[in-house]
Unconditional design. Structure first.
Length: 153
């Protein structure tokens, strides 16, 4: 009776947040594909940090054995894990190709300013996740340290 009511209350409070989070992740993906706005980068960064926070919370709950005490805690834990897994699946599916596509678009801005016939052939197809797993990304050594150059007067 009482425990069921409390669980229902908690779940009804959490589910909209989970839904909101999944929608935000999907929205960020759509924005990333359709525009170059900096707002998109912030949305993606926010999703990543939210995922990290969920992961930390899951680890804390798992470390604290009290999770086995009540149905309410078990259900909340399950909802949290499901939300984290859903976000992770979305990121695994779209995240890498989105990051690659954005990087290519940033690199390709000069080639687009050439004649249209050349730039039409310059477009690279977006890699699928399975292609990316087979092909490791190249690491470029610039030889330059990450330190800013300070000029003395």
């Amino acid at each position: 009776g009482l425990v069921k009511t409390q669980v229902k209350e908690q779940v009804s409070r959490i589910l909209p947040r989970v839904e909101e989070s999944v929608n935000a992740t999907l929205e960020a993906e759509v924005l990333t594909r359709s525009s170059h706005s900096s707002r998109t980068s912030y949305a993606v960064a926010a999703d990543l940090s939210e995922m990290e926070l969920k992961k930390i919370l899951i680890e804390k709950i798992e470390g604290n054995k009290s999770i086995q005490r009540s149905d309410e805690q078990r259900n909340l834990y399950k909802v949290l894990v499901d939300a984290y897994e859903a976000n992770k699946a979305i990121l695994d599916t779209y995240g890498e190709s989105t990051i690659l596509k954005r990087r290519r678009e940033d690199d390709g801005t000069q080639s687009r300013q050439q004649s249209t016939s050349q730039s039409a052939h310059a477009e690279e197809p977006v890699q699928t996740t399975c292609q990316m797993e087979e092909t490791p990304l190249p690491v470029y050594e610039t030889g330059a340290d990450e330190q800013p150059i300070v000029q003395t007067a």
